[in-house]
Each structure stands twice: as C-alpha cells, then as structure tokens.
Design a protein around this ligand. Structure first.
Ligand SMILES: [Zn+2]
Length: 397
C-alpha cells in the first residue's frame, strides 16, 4: 500500500498513487477530484466534496445528518493540499479546513451513470413489473401471515412483491379485527384518512342500493388527497357464500403503458387534463376536499406516478376548455373499457389479506349488501409507500 502527498500550489498535475494502482489527482481547472480506480475514472466535484465533508463540524454521525453551515458556504472551494494515507484521501481547503474521505465511501457515491443507476435500482425503489389478467397468477406469490409477522426475510420478500407487482396476498390471517393494523405496525404504522386507522367495510345498510352499486365500480381510493394513501390492505373476516361478488383488480401501470404505446392521443389527454376530485359532506359531517390532478399523473421523468380514477368522487366542476370536454370523456371511456377488459377477478377468502398499491391498481367490488344469511365482513387499512420503501431498505441491509 502506498501513501503520498501533494502540495497543489504549483504542481497540480501530480498524481498520487496508492492501493492497487488507484490514483488521485485534481482536474486541470481545479474543480474536480479524479480517482482512477479499476480502470475507471471517478470524478468528484470539489463543491460536492466540500458539501459532503464527514468531519464532526460538517456532519453529525449519530443522526446521519449534514450540519455544515451553508450560510457561509463557498460554492467554488479550492484545495491547497492533497494527501493519501492508506485508504483515505485528505483534502486541505483554502480556509485550512481539512476533510478526510474514505476511498470506498467515495466509490460508493460514484457519479458514473451506471453506478448511480445501480444504486437507484437497489436502494431507491424496486422496478415495477406490469401484469395483465393472463399472467398475473404466474407473478404473485403466496405468503403466510404468521411468517410475514415473525420473519424478516419473508416480510422483505412480501414487500418486494407488493412493490414490484402492486399487489400481494397473505394467507391464514387470524380471524380477529386489528390484523391489518398489526401488519401496518410490523412495517411502520397505518395511515389515517377520514375513515380512521382501520375501517370496516362490512356493509353500509343505511345507504341506497344504487349508491352501493356505484362503489362496486372500479376505482382508486381517496382520489381527493394530494398525499394519496399508498397501500390498501383488506382482511377478509367473513365472506359470502353466494356465487359472484368477486373483486376486480386491474394493473393501472399495464393499462397506461399499453395506451402510451398503442393509443398515444388517449394517453396524452388522460395524462394532461386536470380533473377535480372531490369529497364533500356525508351523513351530516362537514368537509370539502378537492384535488386537481389528471387521471394519469406522470413524474418529472415521464413515468407513471399515480393513477386516479373514481366515478363517484369526480367533481361536476370540470374546469377545462369547452373543446376538451368531449375528447376527455372519449379518452376516459377507452381507459375504463381497457381496465375492465384486463381485470383479474378474484374472490377474497376468509382468512386472506390482500394488499394493493392504491396509486397503481384499480380496484372494484368492495361493498356488498349483507342479508341475514349471507354476510361479508372485511376490515381495511392504509399504509404509506414511504414507510414500506423504508422498511424494504432496512430489511435489505
Ligand atoms: Zn468538515
């Protein structure tokens, strides 16, 4: 192992060699530290290095937080001295502040595109895999509730399935209430909406049949929230014995990508025209939530971020140009026909729990009218994606 030091006042082109043919030097313009490692040149801008100094004045290790004072921060910092000791690169800055960077840490924070992509794929979010009614069963696995609650490796696999495919089942769930919440607490905590932490979707006896019918239509939950409840969990405590009343699940990711490829005009309308989603006063309770967002919400990279669809909670206030009204309805009809065409129909069994991505999966068939000898009882709860991704990362380590 070699160590070396370099004073940069004049001889800035000198290269410091260390550890198995690894070298370090500054770029000609003195703005970038270049490490040559395994035949690759790794570039680290000095401004980034200074911002990411790991000394106790700049970084608080216990809280994993940057504490450098940015009010005095110089965005064109100069290095006056470069030294390599064993596996560390030591930089002295113009103001005599000294930073020490471990080379492995630097390589881990590489600016090379392929390294960045690798990191994002592994650590940011699992890559989503679209499915349709023909291949859904070959993709989703079957997991035991008990194992997911007690074994970290199983919980990790189940959450990865949920993230990749947008839906995952659990079997042999104890037939008590609070099992959804138990699962949410195993991951982090449940997400409260106006329907409380855990909601009962047994029956809505006071509402009309027509209203119940409308809730049977395929939809995404709580479309009027900017911070959409990420995951819906449904635990079946009791299921009807009559035929039919199946649930429908459609992969919004599959449908929208199919539209993007085969019917770009429809895709463009649905992903650009803002719709008002509304939630207003029910049973004497006062509230008025509105969100303006398109049916297909894209992120800054053009990927599908969220699907919003609800017949019952789409506002009559449609704040668009007159000329867009009919084309939008036409696009919505194509979208709805496709979601029904590609739906996977499933009847949740007693003791099963279904979790699905409420920003992606379009779901129908939640409500059913009970009678004395034909009852259904389902308990639901929501969990946020931020907490699920966090748990996946923790379990990965
Ligand atoms: Zn520092």
């Amino acid at each position: 192992m070699l160590s070396g030091r370099l004073y940069l006042t004049r001889a800035s082109q000198l290269i410091v060699s260390f550890r198995h043919h690894t070298t370090a030097c500054l770029s000609n313009n003195h703005e970038v530290l270049i490490i040559s490692h395994k035949k690759k040149n790794e570039h680290f801008p000095l401004v980034w290095l200074r911002d990411n100094c790991r000394c106790p004045m700049c970084f608080h290790t216990k809280s994993n937080s940057r504490i450098i004072n940015w009010r005095d921060f110089n965005i064109s910092p100069k290095v006056t001295f470069l030294e390599v000791v064993d596996n560390d690169i030591i930089l002295r800055w113009q103001d005599d502040h000294i930073s020490k960077f471990n080379t492995d840490w630097l390589i881990e924070h590489s600016f090379l595109k392929e390294s960045q992509n690798k990191y994002l794929e592994k650590k940011y979010r699992p890559v989503r895999v679209a499915w349709n009614k023909n291949n859904v069963l070959s993709k989703i696995g079957s997991y035991s509730f008990e194992e997911v609650i007690t074994q970290n490796a199983t919980l990790h696999r189940w959450l990865m399935d949920l993230a990749k495919y947008g839906l995952a089942f659990l079997q042999n769930v104890p037939s008590d209430k609070n099992q959804c919440k138990k699962l949410a607490n195993r991951i982090a905590f449940s997400r409260r909406t106006r329907y409380q932490d855990e909601f009962d979707v047994m029956t809505q006896s006071e509402t009309s049949n027509a209203y119940l019918e409308s809730l049977l239509q395929m939809h995404t939950d709580s479309p009027y929230y900017e911070y959409t409840p990420g995951i819906t969990c449904l635990h079946c405590l009791m299921q009807t014995e009559t035929l039919g009343e199946e649930s429908s699940l459609s992969d919004g990711l599959y449908i929208t990508e199919k539209l993007r490829k085969e019917n770009k005009e429809i895709f463009d309308i649905l992903s650009t025209v803002n719709v008002n989603w509304v939630d207003r006063d029910e049973h004497g309770e006062k509230y008025h939530r509105i969100l303006r967002a398109p049916v297909i919400k894209l992120n800054s990279e053009g990927n599908v971020e969220k699907i919003i669809h609800s017949i019952s909670q789409r506002d009559s206030h449609f704040s668009v140009d007159l000329g867009l009204v009919k084309p939008w309805y036409k696009a919505l009809k194509v979208f709805i026909d496709l979601m029904y065409q590609e739906r996977y129909q499933y009847k949740l069994k007693q003791g099963q729990l279904l979790a699905f991505d409420n920003t992606r999966i379009i779901y129908g068939g939640l409500t059913y009218k009970n009678s004395n000898n034909n009852k259904r009882h389902i308990i639901g709860c929501h969990i946020d994606w931020d907490e699920v991704y966090s748990k996946i990362r923790v379990l990965q380590n």
